[in-house]
Design a binder for this molecule. Sequence first.
Ligand code: ADP
Ligand code: MG
Length: 254
Amino acid sequence: MYHTCYLHEKVILVNVMYAIMAESLAKMYRGGVWGIRNVSFNAKTGSITVLLGPNGAGKTTTVSILSTLLKPTKGRASVLGYDIVRDTWKVRERIALCSQDIADDVNWSPLEAVKGYLIARGWSIRDATREARRWLEELELWDIRNRPVARLSGGQRKRVAVAMVLASNADVIFLDEPTSGLDVEGKYRVWKALRAVIKDGATILLTTHDMKVAEIALLTGCRAVDAYYIATTKARQRRPHAVRLRREHTTEDS
Ligand SMILES: Nc1ncnc2c1ncn2[C@@H]1O[C@H](COP(=O)(O)OP(=O)(O)O)[C@@H](O)[C@H]1O
Ligand SMILES: [Mg+2]
């Protein structure tokens, strides 16, 4: 499934079935350490794709490359048809990223954090206030919306960071370990919110080192989930880096 798109006065064909396409991505860090080698996968538009792998497997490296924070050493990738290296700014206009490490020294409240993030992305105060309320409620943070983030628990802070990007209405949302440090209830909340986001038409790529989280993703309610396993660089030098685990029905199929 393709549609035409204009870029630099050239007509390009955009694959609308896959919002993210990664082909043989590799990254060598300074000092000769391979962060990833040969990562290939496609993320379906309007669905959730999980990158699962142990610590050091290269999940953060992969997400950093796809969200244009790092340049790949080899391989290529596109987000919504835009090449991540050539069309960096086009990609940046369409994505939101929730990093693995979140700031904990801020004096903002959850409400100010989400609202401020949306206003910085160009939203009106009215729209930002409305959407901030929706996502703070969704992630069970509304009751503590005015408490300084520095006085929240690690799990609450993580949910504030997740609420910010889910509220963004970005077409493609990257979440690096959004459920780490959360209790079961918190994990469930996040998954419920993710399902609401893809119902709105967004595409989500998230990472986790926790097999149980991937299982929740694959086995509970959400039908639009794909999962890929990333092995560590040493273990999989001769194998493809990202291995598809299991494919549920996708939104296109259902
Ligand atoms: N800035 C860096 N410099 C050198 N090596 C790095 C850097 N960042 C990550 N690495 C290495 O790259 C590999 C993948 O790391 P990372 O992408 O953070 O894995 P994950 O997110 O799956 O835990 C690891 O071996 C890690 O030590
Ligand atoms: Mg990581």
